[in-house]
Design a protein around this ligand. Structure first.
Ligand SMILES: *Cc1c(COP(=O)(O)O)cnc(C)c1O
Length: 341
């Protein structure tokens, strides 16, 4: 099977499995797991924040950020197709009791003007605007990237309105590689940032939530509240430490996505905008093939290629370290054959 559904399907490397087996551990709820502590220190440094927290998933990291930044009834501004709003099981309402204000961006990308236009002046009737959530790269937008300047401008608008900024940087290193900047520069305008170890970086489990020392201390308590206080989690953190070293390999995933996208663009009935293929996510429209996206995905599966349908007309493929350049070529041949039948 050539699995292009997501970069979450990556398996831990042999080195990760060895590091996990040999990890030095302790009880992390007591703060005594040396491997977790090391991961949190290194992760904080990588994104330029005072402190960091190792969490079970990206969803947990994002929801903890919202919970820690807000009070019940606060307004949280999100992009209308952002992961926090679209894919986290209603966590904003269920866990934090906040009211989302969802504004649509261009392929997921918000501008400071969009946010400015959505802000309302203080009035007794309105909720307190408290948090702006950004996403880089944007998942449903197709891996699209927010630049350092755009992030700064957005944070500036939020700050003027008395709001904090959380950055859902599940794939922030993909954005950094595309832009040729550091993750630290991209995260600098945000009060908190989450990134995933378990996607293109290849760790089996885990994400990082980083911010000021006071923020992370409060988030640590909220993590306990959610049942996310783990004990000898150094077993997992050991793989996370090696995942941090995988950042330098992401460029290869982007090259594979480029080859995939250029091949797709030549298949009759498939349309996509090559300018939107910036990182490791490729989204394409299959309406012209005469097949619905779910039907096409089902036929691909029969031929050994896994992909995800997005609605009825779009398909998403994600490149990662466990698909080779040869796999990509094969997937393209199979797709061309399925579409021409
Ligand atoms: C994958 C993803 C998450 C959540 O990650 P999980 O570990 O699957 O909970 C959050 N935000 C974005 C943008 C993502 O792509």
């Amino acid at each position: 099977m050539i699995d292009l559904r997501s970069d979450t399907v990556t398996r831990p490397t042999a080195a990760m499995r060895r590091a996990m087996a040999e990890a030095e551990v302790g009880d992390d709820v007591y703060g005594e797991d040396p491997t977790v502590n090391r991961l949190e220190e290194e992760a904080a440094r990588l994104v330029g924040k005072e402190a960091a927290l190792f969490v079970a998933s990206g969803t947990m990291g994002n929801q903890l950020a919202v919970m820690t930044h807000t009070r019940r009834g606060d307004e949280v501004i999100v992009e209308a197709e952002s992961h926090i709003y679209y894919y986290e099981v209603g966590g904003l309402a269920a866990l934090s009791g906040v009211q989302p204000l969802a504004i649509p961006g261009q392929n997921g990308i918000l501008t400071s003007k969009d946010v400015e236009a959505a802000l309302r002046p203080e009035n007794i009737h309105f909720p307190r605007p408290r948090l702006l959530c950004l996403e880089n790269t944007h998942n449903r937008g197709g891996g699209t990237v927010l630049s350092v300047e755009q992030t700064r401008a957005l944070a500036e608008v939020a700050r003027r309105a008395g709001m904090k900024v959380h950055l859902d940087g599940a794939r922030i290193f993909n954005a950094a590689v595309f832009l040729g900047v550091t993750a630290r520069e991209l995260a600098e305008p945000a009060d908190s940032v989450m990134f995933c170890l378990s996607k293109g970086l290849g760790a089996p489990v885990g994400s990082i939530l980083a911010g000021s020392a006071a923020f992370v201390e409060a988030a640590r308590k909220n993590r306990k509240l959610l049942g996310g206080g783990m004990r000898q989690a150094g077993i997992l953190a050991a793989a996370g430490l090696l995942a941090l070293e995988m950042v330098s390999c992401l460029e290869e995933d982007h090259q594979k996505a480029r080859v995939l996208a250029e091949g797709l663009a030549e298949i009759p009935g498939i349309t996509l905008d090559l300018n939107l293929v910036q990182t490791n996510i490729v989204r394409f429209d299959v309406a012209g093939t005469g097949l619905s996206a779910p039907d096409l995905v089902a036929r691909l599966k029969d031929e050994g290629v896994l992909a995800n349908a997005v609605g009825t007309t779009k398909v998403r493929m994600v490149t990662h370290r466990d698909v080779s350049g040869i796999d990509i070529k094969r997937a393209l041949r199979i797709l061309a054959a399925v579409v021409s039948n």
